[in-house]
Design a binder for this molecule. Structure first.
Ligand SMILES: Nc1nc2c(ncn2[C@@H]2O[C@H](COP(=O)(O)OP(=O)(O)OP(=O)(O)O)[C@@H](O)[C@H]2O)c(=O)[nH]1
Ligand SMILES: [Mg+2]
Length: 296
Protein backbone atom coordinates (compact mmCIF):
# COMPACT_ATOMS: atom_id res chain seq x y z
CA UNK A 1 0.00 0.00 0.00
CA UNK A 2 1.23 3.48 -0.88
CA UNK A 3 -0.03 6.88 0.25
CA UNK A 4 1.06 10.49 0.43
CA UNK A 5 0.60 14.14 -0.42
CA UNK A 6 0.93 15.52 -3.92
CA UNK A 7 1.07 19.29 -4.33
CA UNK A 8 -0.20 20.49 -7.72
CA UNK A 9 1.25 23.83 -8.79
CA UNK A 10 1.33 25.96 -11.91
CA UNK A 11 0.38 29.27 -13.45
CA UNK A 12 -3.25 30.36 -13.56
CA UNK A 13 -5.50 28.69 -16.11
CA UNK A 14 -3.15 25.85 -17.12
CA UNK A 15 -5.79 23.26 -16.15
CA UNK A 16 -4.91 22.18 -12.60
CA UNK A 17 -8.47 21.90 -11.35
CA UNK A 18 -9.66 20.20 -14.55
CA UNK A 19 -6.91 17.58 -13.98
CA UNK A 20 -7.97 17.07 -10.35
CA UNK A 21 -11.64 16.58 -11.26
CA UNK A 22 -10.67 14.12 -13.99
CA UNK A 23 -8.51 12.08 -11.59
CA UNK A 24 -10.98 12.08 -8.71
CA UNK A 25 -13.88 11.44 -11.12
CA UNK A 26 -16.02 14.01 -9.35
CA UNK A 27 -16.33 17.78 -9.44
CA UNK A 28 -14.39 18.75 -6.34
CA UNK A 29 -12.78 21.93 -7.63
CA UNK A 30 -14.40 24.54 -9.85
CA UNK A 31 -12.91 25.48 -13.24
CA UNK A 32 -13.28 28.32 -15.74
CA UNK A 33 -11.66 29.89 -18.77
CA UNK A 34 -10.71 32.89 -16.64
CA UNK A 35 -7.47 33.00 -14.63
CA UNK A 36 -7.46 32.86 -10.81
CA UNK A 37 -10.50 30.66 -10.49
CA UNK A 38 -9.23 28.50 -7.61
CA UNK A 39 -8.82 30.52 -4.40
CA UNK A 40 -8.07 27.86 -1.79
CA UNK A 41 -5.93 24.83 -1.29
CA UNK A 42 -8.31 21.92 -1.72
CA UNK A 43 -7.38 18.39 -0.71
CA UNK A 44 -8.75 15.94 -3.26
CA UNK A 45 -8.48 12.24 -2.59
CA UNK A 46 -7.87 9.51 -5.16
CA UNK A 47 -8.29 5.88 -4.09
CA UNK A 48 -7.00 2.77 -5.77
CA UNK A 49 -6.70 -0.74 -4.39
CA UNK A 50 -2.96 -0.31 -3.82
CA UNK A 51 -2.76 3.43 -3.15
CA UNK A 52 -4.33 6.55 -1.76
CA UNK A 53 -3.15 9.84 -3.22
CA UNK A 54 -4.02 13.12 -1.52
CA UNK A 55 -3.76 15.79 -4.21
CA UNK A 56 -3.64 19.42 -3.23
CA UNK A 57 -5.22 21.70 -5.83
CA UNK A 58 -3.94 25.25 -5.48
CA UNK A 59 -4.54 28.77 -6.83
CA UNK A 60 -2.50 29.68 -9.92
CA UNK A 61 0.88 31.32 -9.50
CA UNK A 62 0.73 34.86 -10.93
CA UNK A 63 1.92 38.38 -10.28
CA UNK A 64 -0.53 39.70 -7.66
CA UNK A 65 -2.27 43.01 -8.24
CA UNK A 66 -4.21 43.35 -4.99
CA UNK A 67 -4.49 41.74 -1.53
CA UNK A 68 -6.71 38.99 -2.98
CA UNK A 69 -3.99 38.13 -5.50
CA UNK A 70 -1.27 38.08 -2.81
CA UNK A 71 -3.35 35.74 -0.73
CA UNK A 72 -3.84 33.39 -3.66
CA UNK A 73 -0.12 33.11 -4.31
CA UNK A 74 0.60 32.60 -0.57
CA UNK A 75 -2.08 29.92 -0.43
CA UNK A 76 -0.57 28.07 -3.38
CA UNK A 77 2.87 27.92 -1.80
CA UNK A 78 1.76 26.92 1.70
CA UNK A 79 2.53 23.36 2.66
CA UNK A 80 4.97 22.66 -0.19
CA UNK A 81 7.47 21.46 2.42
CA UNK A 82 5.21 18.69 3.65
CA UNK A 83 4.50 17.15 0.27
CA UNK A 84 5.94 13.88 -1.06
CA UNK A 85 5.62 14.87 -4.70
CA UNK A 86 5.25 18.20 -6.49
CA UNK A 87 3.38 18.15 -9.79
CA UNK A 88 4.23 21.22 -11.83
CA UNK A 89 1.76 21.85 -14.66
CA UNK A 90 2.50 23.90 -17.76
CA UNK A 91 1.01 24.40 -21.22
CA UNK A 92 2.96 23.69 -24.42
CA UNK A 93 4.32 27.24 -24.57
CA UNK A 94 7.68 25.95 -25.85
CA UNK A 95 9.95 27.79 -23.45
CA UNK A 96 10.50 28.41 -19.77
CA UNK A 97 9.60 32.01 -19.01
CA UNK A 98 11.85 34.24 -16.96
CA UNK A 99 9.29 34.70 -14.20
CA UNK A 100 9.18 30.92 -13.66
CA UNK A 101 12.89 30.57 -12.87
CA UNK A 102 12.84 31.65 -9.20
CA UNK A 103 9.81 29.47 -8.63
CA UNK A 104 11.44 26.43 -10.25
CA UNK A 105 14.47 27.00 -8.07
CA UNK A 106 12.29 27.05 -4.99
CA UNK A 107 10.48 23.80 -5.80
CA UNK A 108 13.70 22.05 -6.77
CA UNK A 109 15.19 22.78 -3.36
CA UNK A 110 12.46 20.71 -1.65
CA UNK A 111 12.79 17.07 -0.65
CA UNK A 112 9.79 16.16 -2.81
CA UNK A 113 10.10 14.37 -6.16
CA UNK A 114 9.19 16.62 -9.09
CA UNK A 115 6.99 15.62 -12.00
CA UNK A 116 6.26 17.91 -14.94
CA UNK A 117 2.81 17.72 -16.55
CA UNK A 118 2.46 19.34 -19.97
CA UNK A 119 -1.30 19.85 -20.29
CA UNK A 120 -3.64 20.72 -23.18
CA UNK A 121 -1.84 18.51 -25.69
CA UNK A 122 -5.20 18.10 -27.48
CA UNK A 123 -4.95 21.62 -28.91
CA UNK A 124 -1.21 21.81 -29.66
CA UNK A 125 0.81 20.24 -32.50
CA UNK A 126 3.41 17.59 -31.52
CA UNK A 127 6.35 19.92 -32.36
CA UNK A 128 5.24 22.43 -29.74
CA UNK A 129 4.82 19.70 -27.15
CA UNK A 130 8.30 18.31 -27.97
CA UNK A 131 9.91 21.77 -27.74
CA UNK A 132 8.20 22.36 -24.39
CA UNK A 133 9.43 19.04 -23.00
CA UNK A 134 12.93 19.86 -24.21
CA UNK A 135 12.89 23.33 -22.63
CA UNK A 136 11.89 21.99 -19.21
CA UNK A 137 14.30 19.06 -19.47
CA UNK A 138 17.12 21.61 -19.76
CA UNK A 139 16.24 22.84 -16.26
CA UNK A 140 17.44 19.44 -15.04
CA UNK A 141 15.18 19.38 -11.99
CA UNK A 142 12.30 17.07 -12.95
CA UNK A 143 12.21 13.33 -12.26
CA UNK A 144 9.51 12.61 -14.87
CA UNK A 145 7.76 14.35 -17.77
CA UNK A 146 4.20 13.49 -18.80
CA UNK A 147 2.22 15.11 -21.64
CA UNK A 148 -1.51 15.02 -20.86
CA UNK A 149 -4.90 16.39 -21.73
CA UNK A 150 -6.96 16.93 -18.61
CA UNK A 151 -9.90 17.65 -20.90
CA UNK A 152 -9.88 14.46 -22.99
CA UNK A 153 -8.19 12.24 -20.38
CA UNK A 154 -5.21 11.50 -22.59
CA UNK A 155 -2.12 10.53 -20.55
CA UNK A 156 -3.93 10.75 -17.21
CA UNK A 157 -3.40 7.07 -16.37
CA UNK A 158 0.31 7.42 -17.16
CA UNK A 159 0.54 10.49 -14.91
CA UNK A 160 -1.22 8.61 -12.10
CA UNK A 161 1.07 5.60 -12.46
CA UNK A 162 4.13 7.86 -12.26
CA UNK A 163 2.76 9.59 -9.17
CA UNK A 164 2.03 6.30 -7.42
CA UNK A 165 5.45 4.98 -8.41
CA UNK A 166 7.12 7.83 -6.51
CA UNK A 167 4.78 7.72 -3.48
CA UNK A 168 6.15 6.28 -0.23
CA UNK A 169 4.74 3.13 1.37
CA UNK A 170 1.99 4.00 3.80
CA UNK A 171 -1.52 3.47 5.09
CA UNK A 172 -4.67 5.25 3.92
CA UNK A 173 -4.86 8.76 5.39
CA UNK A 174 -8.56 9.44 4.70
CA UNK A 175 -11.74 7.36 4.64
CA UNK A 176 -12.23 5.72 1.26
CA UNK A 177 -15.53 7.43 0.48
CA UNK A 178 -14.15 10.97 0.95
CA UNK A 179 -13.18 12.89 -2.21
CA UNK A 180 -12.28 16.18 -0.50
CA UNK A 181 -11.64 17.64 2.94
CA UNK A 182 -13.81 20.70 2.31
CA UNK A 183 -17.19 21.09 4.03
CA UNK A 184 -20.38 20.98 1.97
CA UNK A 185 -21.11 24.69 2.52
CA UNK A 186 -17.77 25.57 0.91
CA UNK A 187 -18.35 23.29 -2.10
CA UNK A 188 -21.83 24.71 -2.68
CA UNK A 189 -20.55 28.29 -2.53
CA UNK A 190 -17.82 27.40 -5.02
CA UNK A 191 -20.32 26.01 -7.49
CA UNK A 192 -22.32 29.22 -7.38
CA UNK A 193 -19.09 31.21 -7.88
CA UNK A 194 -18.29 29.06 -10.92
CA UNK A 195 -21.59 30.05 -12.54
CA UNK A 196 -20.87 33.72 -11.84
CA UNK A 197 -17.51 33.22 -13.64
CA UNK A 198 -19.36 31.63 -16.57
CA UNK A 199 -21.84 34.45 -16.92
CA UNK A 200 -19.87 37.62 -16.17
CA UNK A 201 -16.88 39.36 -17.73
CA UNK A 202 -13.94 41.69 -17.16
CA UNK A 203 -13.32 42.56 -13.53
CA UNK A 204 -16.58 41.16 -12.22
CA UNK A 205 -15.49 37.57 -11.51
CA UNK A 206 -12.57 38.91 -9.46
CA UNK A 207 -14.94 41.11 -7.47
CA UNK A 208 -17.20 38.27 -6.47
CA UNK A 209 -17.18 36.09 -3.38
CA UNK A 210 -19.82 33.55 -2.39
CA UNK A 211 -20.73 32.23 1.06
CA UNK A 212 -23.31 29.68 2.16
CA UNK A 213 -25.30 31.47 4.84
CA UNK A 214 -27.50 28.57 5.81
CA UNK A 215 -28.55 25.09 4.72
CA UNK A 216 -31.66 23.32 5.93
CA UNK A 217 -32.34 19.67 5.23
CA UNK A 218 -35.99 18.74 4.79
CA UNK A 219 -35.77 14.97 4.96
CA UNK A 220 -39.52 14.48 4.66
CA UNK A 221 -39.50 16.21 1.26
CA UNK A 222 -36.09 15.01 0.03
CA UNK A 223 -35.08 18.64 -0.32
CA UNK A 224 -32.25 20.90 0.84
CA UNK A 225 -32.81 24.62 1.23
CA UNK A 226 -29.61 26.54 0.55
CA UNK A 227 -29.26 30.22 1.37
CA UNK A 228 -26.31 31.80 -0.41
CA UNK A 229 -24.80 35.28 -0.36
CA UNK A 230 -23.01 36.67 -3.40
CA UNK A 231 -20.72 39.57 -2.48
CA UNK A 232 -19.58 42.27 -4.92
CA UNK A 233 -17.20 45.18 -4.29
CA UNK A 234 -19.55 48.05 -5.18
CA UNK A 235 -23.21 48.90 -5.59
CA UNK A 236 -23.10 49.22 -9.40
CA UNK A 237 -22.04 45.57 -9.72
CA UNK A 238 -25.15 44.40 -7.94
CA UNK A 239 -27.26 45.29 -10.95
CA UNK A 240 -24.95 43.45 -13.33
CA UNK A 241 -25.23 40.24 -11.32
CA UNK A 242 -29.00 40.56 -11.02
CA UNK A 243 -29.43 41.51 -14.70
CA UNK A 244 -32.43 43.00 -16.46
CA UNK A 245 -35.59 41.86 -14.75
CA UNK A 246 -33.47 39.44 -12.68
CA UNK A 247 -32.54 37.44 -15.78
CA UNK A 248 -28.87 36.90 -14.96
CA UNK A 249 -29.28 35.87 -11.34
CA UNK A 250 -32.01 33.46 -12.43
CA UNK A 251 -29.60 31.82 -14.91
CA UNK A 252 -26.83 31.67 -12.27
CA UNK A 253 -29.31 29.99 -9.91
CA UNK A 254 -30.56 27.55 -12.53
CA UNK A 255 -27.08 26.39 -13.52
CA UNK A 256 -25.85 26.22 -9.92
CA UNK A 257 -28.88 24.24 -8.78
CA UNK A 258 -28.13 21.49 -11.27
CA UNK A 259 -24.62 21.11 -9.82
CA UNK A 260 -25.84 21.33 -6.23
CA UNK A 261 -28.46 18.64 -6.78
CA UNK A 262 -25.80 16.35 -8.17
CA UNK A 263 -23.57 17.16 -5.19
CA UNK A 264 -26.12 16.55 -2.43
CA UNK A 265 -28.14 13.85 -4.20
CA UNK A 266 -31.54 15.43 -3.63
CA UNK A 267 -33.63 18.36 -4.79
CA UNK A 268 -32.26 21.80 -3.92
CA UNK A 269 -34.06 25.05 -3.27
CA UNK A 270 -31.46 27.77 -3.84
CA UNK A 271 -31.93 31.29 -2.54
CA UNK A 272 -29.36 33.80 -3.85
CA UNK A 273 -28.86 37.23 -2.31
CA UNK A 274 -26.46 39.81 -3.76
CA UNK A 275 -24.72 41.99 -1.17
CA UNK A 276 -22.09 44.72 -1.31
CA UNK A 277 -18.92 44.31 0.76
CA UNK A 278 -17.16 47.50 -0.26
CA UNK A 279 -13.77 46.77 -1.89
CA UNK A 280 -13.50 43.44 -0.05
CA UNK A 281 -10.79 42.21 -2.44
CA UNK A 282 -8.51 45.12 -1.48
CA UNK A 283 -8.55 44.51 2.24
CA UNK A 284 -6.65 41.59 3.80
CA UNK A 285 -9.20 40.99 6.59
CA UNK A 286 -12.20 40.79 4.29
CA UNK A 287 -10.20 38.65 1.86
CA UNK A 288 -9.64 36.22 4.76
CA UNK A 289 -13.35 36.02 5.44
CA UNK A 290 -14.82 36.22 1.97
CA UNK A 291 -12.37 34.22 -0.10
CA UNK A 292 -12.85 31.35 2.32
CA UNK A 293 -9.36 31.16 3.75
CA UNK A 294 -10.79 30.70 7.21
CA UNK A 295 -12.67 27.59 6.18
CA UNK A 296 -9.79 25.07 6.41
N1 LIG B 1 -8.15 22.21 -24.61
C1 LIG B 1 -7.96 21.97 -23.32
N2 LIG B 1 -8.43 22.82 -22.39
C2 LIG B 1 -8.20 22.53 -21.10
C3 LIG B 1 -7.49 21.38 -20.68
N3 LIG B 1 -7.42 21.38 -19.33
C4 LIG B 1 -8.08 22.50 -18.93
N4 LIG B 1 -8.56 23.19 -19.98
C5 LIG B 1 -9.32 24.45 -19.95
O1 LIG B 1 -8.49 25.46 -19.42
C6 LIG B 1 -9.25 26.39 -18.64
C7 LIG B 1 -8.64 26.51 -17.26
O2 LIG B 1 -8.84 25.30 -16.56
P1 LIG B 1 -8.76 25.23 -14.95
O3 LIG B 1 -8.78 23.79 -14.61
O4 LIG B 1 -9.78 26.12 -14.33
O5 LIG B 1 -7.30 25.84 -14.73
P2 LIG B 1 -6.52 26.09 -13.34
O6 LIG B 1 -5.08 25.82 -13.61
O7 LIG B 1 -7.16 25.32 -12.25
O8 LIG B 1 -6.75 27.65 -13.16
P3 LIG B 1 -6.65 28.55 -11.79
O9 LIG B 1 -7.48 27.88 -10.75
O10 LIG B 1 -7.24 29.85 -12.24
O11 LIG B 1 -5.21 28.64 -11.47
C8 LIG B 1 -10.68 25.88 -18.66
O12 LIG B 1 -11.39 26.57 -19.66
C9 LIG B 1 -10.51 24.40 -19.00
O13 LIG B 1 -11.64 23.84 -19.66
C10 LIG B 1 -6.99 20.50 -21.69
O14 LIG B 1 -6.35 19.48 -21.45
N5 LIG B 1 -7.24 20.85 -22.99
MG1 LIG C 1 -7.97 25.92 -10.48
Amino acid sequence: MKSGFVHLLGKSNVGKSTFINRVVGDKVSITSDKPQTTRNRIKCIYNREDAQVVFLDTPGIHRPENPLGSHLVDEAKKGIKGSDIILYMVEPWEEVSEDEEPFLKKISSQDADLILLVNKVDIHPPEEIARTLEAYEKEGIFDEYVPISALTGDGIDIALDEVIDYLPEGKKLFPEDATTDKPLGFLMAEMVREKVYELTYEELPYSVATRTRDQEWRDDEDLVEVYMDIYVVRESQKGIIIGQGGKKIKEIGKRAREDLERLVGSKVYLDLKVKVAKNWNRNSDSVETLAGFDSD
